[in-house]
Each structure stands twice: as C-alpha cells, then as structure tokens.
Design a protein around this ligand. Sequence first.
Ligand code: 26V
Length: 815
Amino acid sequence: MSQLLDKETLKKMIRENVKTLYRKTLEAASAEEVYQAAVFAIRDVITDKWMKTHDEYYEKDVKVVYYLSMEFLMGRFFGNSLINLEMYDEVKEVLEELGIDYNMVEDAEPDPGLGNGGLGRLAACFLDSLSTLQLPAYGCGIRYHYGIFEQKIENGYQVEAPDNWLENGDPWGIKRNEYAVEVKFGGNVRAVPKGNGEYRFVQENYQSVIAVPYDYPVIGYGNNTVNTLRLWEARAKNKLDLKFFNEGNYQKAAEEELLASTMTDVLYPADEHIQGKELRLRQQYFFISATVQRVVERFKKHHTNFHELPDKVAFQLNDTHPTVAVAELMRVLVDENDVPWDDAWEITRKVCAYTNHTIMAEALEKWPMELFSRLLPRIYQIVEEINRRYCLELQAKYGMDPEKLRRMAIIADGQIRMAYLAIVGSHSVNGVAALHTEILKHQELKDFYELYPEKFNNKTNGITQRRWLLHANHGLAGLISETIGDGWITELTELEKLLPYAEDENFRRRFMEIKKANKVALAKYIKETKGIDINPDSIFDIQVKRLHEYKRQLLNVLHIIGLYNQLKMNPGMDMVPRTFIFGAKAAAGYRRAKLIIKLINAVADVVNNDPTIEGKIKVVFMENYRVSLAERLIPAADVSEQISTAGKEASGTGNMKFMLNGALTVGTMDGANVEIYEEVGKDNIFIFGMSAEEVQAKYHDHYDPWFIYNMNQEVRMALTSLIDGTFDQNTDLFRELYDALLNGCGGRADEYFVLEDYADYARAQWDIDKAYRDQTKWAKMAIVNVAKSGKFSSDRTIRQYAEEIWDLKPLHIED
Ligand code: 26V
C-alpha cells in the first residue's frame, strides 16, 4: 500500500469526484466517468511532487535538457502513472472493492497518437527514463488536436478516420496561459541603425500567432521527480483584425484567426516523404520559437552572461524536424539580446545536439528557399549567414572545390538542407544503433565525419521496462520479481540473474504458463474484435510496425503464401501450426504500402477459410496498431519479425520490446538487431539474409530478380499466386506488387531484395518450427532473451546522453 493516499481516502475522493463532475452516484457512472474521477483523485498526489520538482530546479538553477520533438507517442497516461507512483495495485484493489472492473477504466482512456512510430515512441520512453533517473528535463512539442489517424479496415483496405483524442476533455494537461508567447511569421526585415555603426534587424508586417503551452506530468518511477512534457497550441492574437474589419474586408479580418487555428490541428501522418508543405514548416517554427523564447527568458531570471547558457541548457534535436532551433536561438541572442554573432554561434553550438533517425534519403528534410524565406524572412537571413561563414571554412580547409561545396553546403540547388544545418549548428551528431552510426560516418554523412569527426557518436536506442514489461506484462513481471527481486525495474541489467533459471524446470514451466496465458488472452481479444478463431497452441508470429517497403512486410506475406502453396500440394505437411499477426499503418498517400495491407487481408481471407489446411496457418491483420494495442500483442508473441533490408532500419525499438517479453527474433543483421544478436549469441536468435555490406554491393552490382524466379520454385509459385486470381478473383489487383518485384515499375526491380532474401528467410522459419517442437529448448532460449535484454533499457541510453552529450547531473527531490 502506498503511503501517498490510503485506500479509504481514495474511495471517498473517487465518489466525490464522480458526484461533482457528473452529478451522479458512482454506481450510475460509466467507465469513462470513473476514469475521469480517478484521474482527478491521483492528480492531487502528482501535483505536489510536480511543483516541488520545479521549485527545486529553479532554486538550485540546475542544467536542464529540452528534448525537442515534433512527436511524443506517449500511450495512455493512467496505468503508467499509477505504476510509476507505485500505486497501481492499490488503485486496482480500490476500484475492484468498489465493484468496478479496473481494465474497463484503463480502456476508457483515449490513446493519444501524437506521433507516427519509432521516433515518437522513443521520445516517450526517453521522458520516462529522464524522470526515473532524476534528470531535469522538458519534452517540448505540439499539442495536435488530431493525432495519427485511426485506421479502419474496410473490405481489406485501410481507411483513415480522424482521431479526436481531446473529445472528452484532457484531464492530464494543464493550460498555462501565463506562459503564452508570440510567434511571428512572414512580413519583411528592416535594418535599423543601432547608432554604434551596427544594425538591429526587426521583422515588420508579420502575422502573429500566440503559442499557449499545456503541461503534462512525466512521473519518475519510485522517486519524487515529476518532469514536464510541454505541448504548444496555437491561438490567434486577435480574433478579428479591426482595421480590415472596419474596411469591410471580413475575410482578411479573420485570416489570422484561421491561420492560428489550423496550425496545430493535425500531425502529418507520413513518416517518409512530404515535399515542401508550408503548414509543416509553420508547425516546426511555431513550437521551436515558442520554446526558445521561453528558455532564454527563464535563463535571464538568473543570469546576464549568455556564455553561461550552455551550462544551464541543452537542446536535443529529435531528427531534423526541430532544426530551425539553431537559427532561432541565434536570432534571439543576436537580435533580441545584442550578443555578438561569433559569441552567439559558439553558444548555440554548445547548446544544440542532433540525433539522426533514418538513412532513407526520402525522409531527409529540405525546404525550398522561396517558401522558407517568405515564411521566415529573418530566420532565412540567419541561415544564409551561417551558410556563408561555413562555406568560407570549407574553402579554407579544402581549397576551392565546387563539387565538394555543392555537396556539403547548407543551401544549394534552391533548397535548405536541414540535416546539414543541424550538423553544423550542433556539437554532437548521433545515430541510434551501432550499425546505423557506422553507416552515417562512412556513407551517408561521410563528408561531415571527415570535417567534424569529434562530433559523431552512437547512442543505441532503448525502451522503458516500466511500460513494456511492468505495465504490459504483469504475469511475467511478477514472476521475475519473485525470482530475482524487483531491482530490474530501475536497473534492467539485473535481469541477467535470470540466466541460471533457464536450467530450472519449475521456472521454465511457470515462464511458459505465463506466455500461454498471454496468448489465450490475445486469442480471446482477437475473437471478440475480429471474429477469428486462433489456436493458442500455435506459434504466435508477430510483425507490428509502420508499413514500409524497406521493413518488408511483403517478404513475410510472400512466405505465408509459399507455406500455403506447400500445404495445398501436401496437406499432410508436418509443421507446427502458426498464427501470423500483423499490425501496421500506411501513410495515407503511400499507394504501394496500402496495397500490401490489402494483400495481407486478402491472404488472410483465403487462408483462414480454407478447411483443407486444417488450421495450420492463420493470418490476422489487427486494425489500428498503436501503443495500447502493442501492449496487448507483444507479451503474447513467440516470434518477433524484424526483417528489414539490412542497412535500412536505423535501429528499431519493437525488436527490444519483444525480446524483453520473451519472444525470439527472426531478423536480419540490421539496426539494433545486430546488438541483440551480440547479447544473446547465435543460438538464441534466428538470423537470415544479406548483411548491410552485401546489400550495398548488390545495389551497385547487377541484381536480377528473374534469376531467383527461375531457380526457386517456391518463390515462383508464390509470385504466380499474386496474379493468378488466388487472392483477388482475377482482377489483377496485385499485379503492381508482382511487377515491382520482378520488373520494377518505374523504379528498380525488387529494390529491397525481398526475393534475394526469400530462401534464407524460409530456412530460418523452418529452424523456428524445429526449435519450437522442443519446448524445453524453446523456453531456455526465450529466458535467455529476457535475461540479456538489460542493455536495451532507455535508462542506459539516457545515462549515456546525459554523460556524453548533455553533461547533465541528477537532482534528488526530497519527499
Ligand atoms: C520523417 C518525416 C519526413 C517528413 C514527413 C514527416 C516525417 C515524420 C517522421 C519522420 C521520421 C522518420 C524517422 C523515424 O521514425 N525513424 C525511426 O526512428 C526510430 C527511433 O530512433 C528507429 O528505431 C527506427 O529504426 C527509425 O526508422
């Protein structure tokens, strides 16, 4: 029982809150209403700690990191907050004693999808670790009114619906009107003489938007630290512009209001290409300008010497999306605080650090000059000046080399390259897994590594075990704590103590019973939501992540087709029954990705309803993959599919969540899979396919997928199934996928080497089949995976950021 609030008080508070909020008795309240009432009860506990934390930060004037990110994929707050407050069991008991089903209450909370995928979820795991490690931190981002779309499947196709997560209010967010800031767009810049021969640059004729922050608590586990996630919302400065209104120009009069109200409406639901979308650049500058202005204001409360800024403030740029921060900090220092350019530049570079999350060329942000200069005229000038000085440096170092200059310039070919601005304006550039960082250094950012070798470093991603084991998998968490104590909750490498228990029959039995129970629970959920019967004794083989060609969901489904064809020819084929589960959102405009979703569903329809294969294969596409669904799926997995083309997946973090929950990986030597392999050893993982180097060589080499087609019957038959009506009644629906693999409609044929890696993937899948038959062996392998997952805690990652990039020290907050 927690000392924070006793059970009787809590019961009383929940009753009272239901009454004041809804004019109802508890007995008459819906799960939604009980949820709201319970949140208001625990908010009390949180608020005291939250205020104390911030008072201490201010008083002690500690250094603070600002994690700047367009996305925070937080997942539901309720259960996780209770876990971190160590009040979970107590609140659960209280609700059950009141006759309320705890899970119904948790499920009543919307799952705020303020992110696309890996990058946004990483930000959320990092915040959890920052608070747990007692590190002073803010997450800074945007309070989108609509998060990532809700995915529905209609007739096998993805259909997008808006996600109105704020519909029933926002009990976790606190609006801070007193910290509202003005952000300026457009207009022109005028140089005003300062009188000392210098000029001050002022923006005129601009449009204003007011940024209003909403603060969300980020609770540390088992301590008194409550950091803040600060999300900015746009509001008009003037509802109506009276000047235009009086002239009878009503549209113009309402323009600012319209501009403001659309700015933070919606998250861009693409995690790859969007070309030069003006609203996206507005969103970026909006939250960055607001953040930078607030940070400098706060700094000035204690300091007058701006050279001390890097001792008090660190900005971590989550990909290139917040990179205007480099120029905005320069603007605030130079224009608004009269700091000389050279000093401001030195300060800015010490404050900023950049994380790269992808080497997919399409995702590297570039802005057309015309758009950038029109929207952000002063920022544009500053970027020009940064570029001018930087190009002089390049010339001093390399001589006059126009090709090299063109390759490396921040501004070239009519565009501003945000990654290069981030690299030049930061003291640290990091990749998110060892392999990824090596590829950055020696391929993608080779020129920059030669120029600034000291900036480059690796920070292998991690995940928080509080959400992904303690909250998502109570059964396993309980068994582990009972066996080795609960130190793992804040020190995940403690899990190594489980290693000897791989040899303990009793432990293995209980471990496998828990997995089975999780599978039974998932089977029930699938039956309820999809109406599909699945066999809890089959292998649960799961691939959940965004849909992308490089992630190769197509390889997975082609292999399913291959298995199905074999079963049709040989119904008695001896295989362990398998349930293949998918979850994936496709970017709304990504046609081929959407077609792959349709294919998965079409294959599911045929395979699940074919009695001749005797239920040996089932295929399930779970709609609307999101954090709360991941929490249901991952604990029930036997096999974790991490099958990207080697060299393409920067890290992956799903791979770590599965491992932590005792699933075995079938994967390529890509991203953090490489490090998982190093931890568990070759006998406890199923590796297949080309290495990143082989992929690179093949890319330049002659690659002919027809060669594989000719040589491999299984591949040929699977491909033929795509176009012979097996899955689409002869409509030629999937011909595009067939062509993309063999002929490369427009682009390269089989760009991601699906066919090249097919045979070895199928071999690895048979190895899995064989291994699973020996349940003792399988249990040992799974336990080793859990035991060796310590490295992949985001606590480890954040410690490294704090020590090696931010120079950030923990601050203990007393009770
Ligand atoms: C890029 C873009 C480009 C413009 C359109 C909007 C948009 C939105 C998001 C992104 C970021 C894509 C990069 C990304 O999510 N990378 C993933 O980062 C994970 C955390 O580091 C990593 O585990 C995954 O491997 C990597 O794909």
